[in-house]
Write a protein that binds this ligand. Structure first.
Ligand code: 5GP
Length: 179
């Protein structure tokens, strides 16, 4: 992993290297196989940030499953606005399906918590939440997360799908804002 990087006006330092991320994604895939291996679940990944995690997670899940995407936005720059906007909504019938929400990071929890009632209206058989990262000290809602890749402090991170004002998603490791 290289050293400090610059994105727009901010500097970031290496935080979680790609090998560590992939090991953890593989573990989550194995755990999901035990729970959902014969259920043909639907992964519902929340764009934009989760596209890299979803892509590795799908390949770590050695059982039949479907993948779909929705686009919800709550962040501007490095902070949550507290308001969730739906830019691409649910496309398919999820009635009776086991749905696994896939997030890149749960921060305040606003995005998922606000979306859950809409998802429940589609009458899925079950709803689970998988997130690569979670910031427990930032969480503002009673949100149950079934699989968490890494719990991290309440500091802004980029890479592995996560951006800072549009840039940094292509970094294969996760970087943390330099203090
Ligand atoms: P929440 O609704 O849980 O407060 O925030 C979730 C969304 O905010 C994530 O899907 C992500 O888009 C964005 N987010 C939260 N924390 C971070 C962070 O540290 N870095 C980046 N790049 N995005 C974040």
């Amino acid at each position: 992993m290289s050293k400090t990087i610059q994105i727009h006006d901010l500097s970031f330092v290496p935080y979680i290297k790609k090998e560590t991320i992939l090991e953890r994604v593989t573990e989550i895939g194995v755990a999901l196989k035990e729970e959902f291996g014969d259920k043909k679940p639907v992964f519902l990944a929340i764009l934009n940030g989760s596209f890299v995690f979803m892509s590795d997670l799908a390949r770590a899940c050695d059982f039949d499953h479907e993948v779909s995407f929705i686009k919800l936005t709550s962040y501007e720059g490095t902070t949550s606005t507290g308001k969730v906007t739906t830019q691409i909504g649910l496309q398919e019938d999820l009635t009776g399906r086991d749905v696994i929400i896939v997030e890149d990071i749960v921060d305040t929890g606003t995005t998922i918590y606000t979306f859950l009632p809409t998802l429940k209206e589609s009458n899925p058989r079950s709803i689970s939440v998988v997130t690569l990262l979670s910031k427990p000290t930032a969480l503002k809602y009673p949100l149950k997360m079934d699989h968490i890749g890494f719990e991290i402090p309440n500091k802004f991170v980029v890479g592995y799908g996560l951006d800072y004002n549009g840039l940094g998603r292509n970094l294969d490791s996760i970087y943390q804002l330099k203090q």
